[in-house]
Every structure is written in C-alpha cells, then in structure tokens.
Design a protein around this ligand. Sequence first.
Ligand SMILES: *Cc1c(COP(=O)(O)O)cnc(C)c1O
Length: 394
Amino acid sequence: MNKQDYIDGAESALLHTYNRFPLVIDHGDGVYLYDTDGKEYLDFAAGIAVQAFGYNNKEYNDALKAQIDKVMHTSNLYYNVPIMNAAKRVLNASQMNRVFFTNSGTEAIEGAIKAAKKYAYTRDGHAGHEIIAMNHSFHGRSIGALSVTGNKHYQEPFEPLLPGVKFADFNDLDSVKALINDKTCAIIFETVQGEGGIYPATEAFIKGVRALCDEHDILLILDEIQCGMGRTGEMFAWQHYGVKPDIMTSAKALGCGVPVGAFLMTERVAEKSLAPGDHGTTYGGNPFVGAAVDKVLEMMERDHITEHVKKVAPYLEKKLDELVAKYDFLTERRGMGLMQGVVCEKPVGQIAAKALEAGLIVITAGSNVLRFVPPLIIEEKDVDEMISRLESIL
Ligand SMILES: *Cc1c(COP(=O)(O)O)cnc(C)c1O
C-alpha cells in the first residue's frame, strides 16, 4: 500500500472529526518522526505536548514492556504497586495530597468538576452550585469539560450543557469578581491557555483569583493538562507564581504516550469531597499506566528536566523573537518555557501544512497562532534546525 491508500483507508473507516494533515506516521526516534515513505520530520509538536522525552526512549519503553509481561490491568477493586509509586511521585511533584487517575484530560476535568461540586455540597448541605470559567479556554470534549470550555463554536451543537457555568475574561480580575455569588463553588482556568492561543496567566490575575477564592471559600481549579509536567520550566506552571490551586488536572505528558490523566487536590478539599461510590473508572490508574507515570516522573526528576527547559527555552524565545522581527506578517511571540506561540497574519493552517513539506511538524492554536510545544529534551541545535526548516517555507 502507498501513502494515499493508507489515507483513503482511514478516511473511509474513521469518523470524520479531524481534518488531518496528509502525513502517515510510521515510527519515531528522539525528536524525529518518520512517515511510511521514510521521510524525516523534526517534531516541534510532540503529539500535542505529550512526548516530553521524544520517541523511542529506551528506558521508558523497557519499563512499559516489563509491566506488560507482569500485569496490565486489574480494575480499581484491588491495589497495585505501580500506581501507588506513580501517585507518590505525582503528589510530591505537585505538592497536592490526593490523586485520582483518569484515562484522559477531559476525564480529569470531569473529575475536578465533580470534586468541587461535592465539596460545596458537603459544606452547604445542598446542591445547585455554579462554576466560573474563562472565555477562549479549552478543557476537553466530554460534556462537563465542554461546558467550561469558553468557545461557542465547540459548544453550540451540544447545548444545553451543564447549567450554572459562567464565563469571565482570562487575565481580567474584575470580570471574575463580577460573576461571584454565594452559589459559586469553583473558578477554573488553564495556568497557560493552550488551544486558545498560548496566553500565560498574569501574576496579578492568578494571585487575585487566589485571594478571591480564599475570601469566599471557592475552590481554585488549575488545568495543567498542557502546560504542566515540566513544560514551562517548573513541574507545574502554577509553581512560577507562588500560589497553589485547591484542585488541579494533569494529562498529556503525564504518560508520555500512554493515555492517562489525573485530578489532584489538597487534603482540605479531599476531606469534604468525593467518597466511595461518588466516582470511578474501570481502566483509570491501572498497573500499565502506573508504570508509565512512575517512569516518566522518575526520569524527569533524575534528569532535572525543568532545569533543562529553563536552559533551552530562552534560546527558543530568542530565535522566535528574531523571526517576529524579520517577517512583518509575524506580529508577536508569547508563552512560557517550551510552550510558545507566534501570532501570524497569514493562514496558520497553510503554514503548518507547508512546514511538513520542509520536514517540520508544527501545529496551530486558536485561529492565528503557530504553536511550538516540542519534546522537552530538545537542544539548541534542534531549535536552529527548526528555524531553518521553518524559514525555508516562510
Ligand atoms: C488537551 C487538553 C485537554 C483535554 O485533554 P484530552 O486528553 O484531549 O481529553 C484539557 N485541557 C487542556 C488545557 C488541554 O490542553
């Protein structure tokens, strides 16, 4: 079969929910992917901020293979050792006290919403609470997560969604303040907005929301699904700001390719929140994903991945700033660490498609942002090569 046969085969069988790039990936190695024709691509998307260690990492692969040969799945009716190890590591990295493992990011958001609602229900003795979310946010595609995703285009066909969700403007504290009432149980946002166009929270905003939450006993939920796991130069992006969420979510690079997410909370929340019978999952936190999360966090800590990101990210920023200065249709760079966006006045989808021809994988965010979320292991020479491949099509 040739490439077009593979594409036709997929298009005739898969539900058409994606307009895919005409690229059939065969395998990966380090920061490179290879298609079925053997063509090489430098990958600055990392499977959407997932492959923190790139591809075909031997230590990671060996850990997974070893667990496959022991046991992959047991259900949550019993204990297993890998997930206990993974839980200890993720709590240590996040300064949270309790974790629930899910199978995806959107499920982590579902859990976070339920946890916040249950907390307020226990405290007040009744249900009917509200959540404040942000315009241009993205939290996932299941109904609860979609309900807090501030994007009308994604929401409209599926309405009515979860009632009691109100939208404020990200980085506008007054807009949040105006929506708070005695029913508000949680405020949710991404510490760095991803799909919405790579907008980091300002320090004034995140600290201001934290203070509002403290004042009104509202829970602060930070979505770290994309910006967490070392990507911004701290294990979790909120650790840059000197504030702490009450509940947070993780996924994407948490498993580095194994489908796993998590929602985590402080003990104060956990005491009044989900109890036996309130929540569950068949697969979530099985020994196989436990082995993956345990290994990912072990490698990140041992290899000081956040230090590496802090070292290489300024170089990426500098090189992207030079591009913005050079091309008048590139108007701004923004981001944190290895989560960067460049605002572009030409159709970004076409640029991403053209880049593939030049052997470069980049993705877009929002309607006009080129997004750079490479593997965290990139070196300066990979940045140079990315810039040169990108410039060949700009
Ligand atoms: C990707 C993403 C999600 C959804 O995660 P899935 O695993 O695709 O369900 C939620 N929030 C943020 C910030 C994301 O980037």
